[in-house]
Ligand binder design. Structure first.
Ligand code: SF4
Ligand code: SF4
Length: 439
């Protein structure tokens, strides 16, 4: 066997567990759109066997076929044999990237992502210049400006509606150490993630403020960088390791300096990187692995933390909204956070919570998937928009900024004007209305 197929060979045990029953077909969002066996877990497992046994050669075309997966884990949840299908898909992508190489567009994008300062500078410049390449369009949420391309841009469909980059990134709005309002009971570091830092600063601010109002010192390590998930899921393992090691060093230093009780996340994908990929998925060196295990034990999505610190018992004003909630695949199926966001929403006076059909069905975003396969992604997102419409809710919520961006686009495409918010933003609003927090 080709030595470069080692990564895939390590997934052989998982591959052999598949009994080809086809249960995964019933739940795979991409199979439901395409009716193509190559889109579903069983088909990809079959291809992985053929690659391992030399019947399929690692080519760019094969890479494209393994790219056809949202990594949503719906198949895993429905698999009677417990096959870790996403692990197999990611192993195949890594093996193919190492042999056939990454597509040129991804190579360029990842080269930009690799250099933290360049990436940061590029997004700041983008915030200033976004009016040149993008035009303002009516937004799904009238309070948030949105944009669409003025002319064809690689990777951006001209129909797509995207939120504006924030004028001031979240981490620039705070110090590294932000003391609790009142006596401090714990110190938490906030891994903001790229989208909450550069786009959805409204969600980030709400989280920092609500935590500070509940006895948390909030540390925002300024040197943190993208968690590396787009790189990891595309199969570029060496760069994913480099990015993980950077973040682990930054947060280990914050832990040494401030004595962290928790590391908190407001993004399903980022929390999975720290809680799952860093300690278990990536081939890290011994020092980074020890850091990864220590930080994984402290890592939590923000919703369970809000409940734990008593944030739902603070005085709250009424927030008169009919609200529904979309489960991010990563939050629901990787770190099993489903009850807590609903608990947060239901605790807010005035909020009428209404469950949508298939709340945990993937929204179709899946990181760069929606850039490379917009048509297919859009078809999946349209189903999410229809589920939201059927609830009659005036507000959609989700715990993941990637899903938020996808749903905002889906609602805009469906001519719907419901805002899509992080649940903590409604908690913040309730705190402000009660005078628990100043606006
Ligand atoms: S449900 Fe599981 S065992 Fe059945 S075909 Fe899909 S991956 Fe294989
Ligand atoms: S992870 Fe999601 S998109 Fe990929 S095969 Fe499984 S169900 Fe289909």
């Amino acid at each position: 066997m080709d030595g470069r197929m080692e990564v895939l060979a390590r997934a052989r045990e998982q591959i052999q567990q598949c009994m080809k029953c086809g249960n995964c077909q019933a739940v795979c969002p991409l199979y439901l759109e395409t009716r193509h066996e190559g889109a579903v877990a069983r088909g990809k497992i079959r291809m992985a066997v053929d690659v391992l046994e030399g019947r399929l050669q690692p080519t760019a075309e094969l890479e494209e076929r393994f790219g056809l997966c949202l990594t949503c884990k719906a198949c895993e949840k429905n698999c009677p044999c417990g096959v870790k299908c996403v692990e197999i898909v990611l192993a195949a992508r890594a093996a193919l990237a190492a042999t056939a190489g990454l597509p040129v567009a991804k190579k360029i994008a990842f080269a930009g992502l690799r250099a933290r300062r360049l990436f940061d500078g590029g997004l700041r410049l983008g915030a200033k210049m976004q009016g040149l390449a993008l035009k303002r369009v009516p937004a799904p949420d009238a309070r948030r400006p949105s944009r669409a391309a003025r002319f064809p841009i690689i990777g951006l469909d001209m129909r797509r509606v995207i939120p504006e980059l924030a004028a001031v990134p979240l981490r620039d709005q705070y110090e590294e150490f932000n003391p609790a309002y009142g006596p401090a009971e714990r110190t938490v570091a906030f891994f903001t993630g790229c989208v909450n830092n550069y786009v959805y600063t409204d969600a980030g601010r709400a989280i920092v403020e609500v935590l500070r109002a509940n006895g948390c010192n909030v540390v925002l390590p300024m040197e943190q960088h993208c968690c590396g998930a787009p790189v990891y899921t595309s199969g570029d393992l060496p760069l994913a390791v480099e990015m993980a090691e950077h973040n682990l060093a930054v947060f280990a230093e914050a832990d040494r300096k401030y004595g962290l009780d928790r590391v908190v996340f407001a993004c399903g994908t980022c929390v999975v990187s720290f809680a799952e990929q860093y300690p278990h998925g990536l081939p890290l060196g011994a020092e980074a692995k020890a850091r990864a295990e220590a930080l994984a034990a402290k890592s939590t999505d923000v919703h369970p933390l809000l409940i734990e610190i008593g944030a739902l018992e603070k005085p709250m004003g009424r927030v008169e909204r009919k609200v529904t909630y979309h489960d991010s695949c990563h939050l629901a199926r990787s770190v099993h956070v489903t009850a807590e966001p609903r608990q947060v929403l239901k605790a807010i006076p005035g909020v009428e919570f209404v469950e949508m059909k298939d709340a945990d069905r993937c929204c179709g975003g899946a990181g760069s998937f929606s850039l490379t396969h917009y048509e297919l992604s859009r078809a999946v997102t349209a189903k999410k928009a229809a589920s939201i419409r059927a609830t009659g809710a005036d507000t959609a919520t989700t715990g993941c900024p990637g899903c938020r961006m996808t749903i905002e686009d889906g609602l805009a495409q469906a001519n719907m004007d419901q805002p899509t918010l992080h649940p903590a933003m409604l908690l913040y609003e309730a705190y402000v209305k009660a005078g628990t927090l100043k606006p």
